[in-house]
Design a protein around this ligand. Structure first.
Ligand SMILES: Nc1ncnc2c1ncn2[C@@H]1O[C@H](COP(=O)(O)OP(=O)(O)OP(=O)(O)O)[C@@H](O)[C@H]1O
Length: 280
């Protein structure tokens, strides 16, 4: 869906993307994760055809997005806030888009519980409803791919959960997502793949399970015999749990072989992996 190879962007002699490479697989929900200023928005603008790259190769749905506006027929982009005339009413806005793309917007308005807001101006909407309008607007063109830059940044916790429920629903219907966010606890429940970026460089790109399970991640284990387990796997005790660096399967096998019973085991959260890959 998206192929980025050795992408660089220099702003006024300041390199903000340095040989960035990653892929977004068809059918995935790929999280794009990095601290402030890492280069997420710059990358998303280049992928969306809004900003020119300095060098490297970018392909979205097989085309270079800068030279080929046709990409927009099957890709939608969502930002933190709506960039549209604020005085326009919800129904007018969606109806006009429906005309452009030859799609009946009313079913989508009903599916997303927006019928009631049809006469509200875009400027009068709460952030959660405005984001729902953006999603419906994105869906009107039947996209294969939705690229979203911090889509939940302005939303309260329940609107964020609602947003990610919709992402899951649409993904199960075949829509691929590339979503940048800082709110990792929520991303963790929905993403299948992650791309970590830090200071304009990719520090990890791959399946989330592999990111959470690589050697060097923290594992927390609760066992029936702490002293024996410490001798086998090492680590330190924290809040009753043994905290150890390693790989879940490895630790389970070693404890099992020695007859130590595991009551609970959990690996690092995406938050902890993020800290590791971003060096914070
Ligand atoms: N138009 C611009 N001109 C010059 N420098 C810019 C411009 N836009 C962004 N930058 C710089 O590029 C770097 C990357 O910014 P970018 O907005 O892509 O990061 P980000 O990961 O999206 O961060 P945030 O999460 O804070 O939005 C930053 O150092 C930023 O100051």
């Amino acid at each position: 869906m998206i192929r980025v190879e050795n992408l660089s962007k220099i702003y006024d002699r300041n390199p903000v993307l340095r040989s960035v490479s990653f892929n977004v697989d068809k059918g995935s929900v790929t999280g794009f994760i990095g601290p402030n200023g890492a280069g997420k928005t710059t990358t998303i603008k280049i992928i969306s055809g809004l900003l020119r790259k300095t060098s490297g190769k970018v392909e979205v749905l097989g085309e270079d997005p800068w030279n080929n506006p046709r990409v927009y027929e099957r890709m939608s982009v969502i930002f933190t806030t709506i960039y549209h005339p604020k005085e326009v009413k919800v129904e007018e806005y969606l109806r006009d888009l429906g005309k452009v793309y030859g799609k009946d917007y009313r079913d989508l308005m009903a599916e997303f519980d927006l019928t009631h807001y049809g006469r509200s101006k875009l400027s009068q909407l709460s952030s959660g409803i405005a984001q729902r309008v953006q999603l419906v607007a994105a869906l009107i063109r039947d996209p294969l791919l939705i690229v979203a830059d911090e889509p939940t940044a302005n939303l309260d916790p329940s609107a964020r959960l609602e947003f990610y429920d919709v992402v899951k629903r649409l993904n199960s219907r075949g829509v691929t997502f590339f979503i940048s966010s800082h709110i990792l606890s929520e991303l963790e429940k929905v993403v299948t793949h992650v791309v970590f970026i830090n200071q304009g460089r990719i520090s990890y790109s791959g399946k989330i399970n592999e990111a959470l399970d690589v050697q060097g991640n923290l594992i927390y284990v609760l066992v029936n015999d702490v002293d024996k387990a410490l001798k086998i796997i090492g680590g330190t005790v924290e809040g009753g749990f043994i905290k150890v660096i390693g790989n879940v399967r490895d630790i389970v096998e070693r404890l099992d072989e020695e007859g130590v019973q595991i009551i609970s085991i959990r690996r690092s959260s995406l938050d902890e992996v993020f800290k590791k890959f971003s060096g914070v």
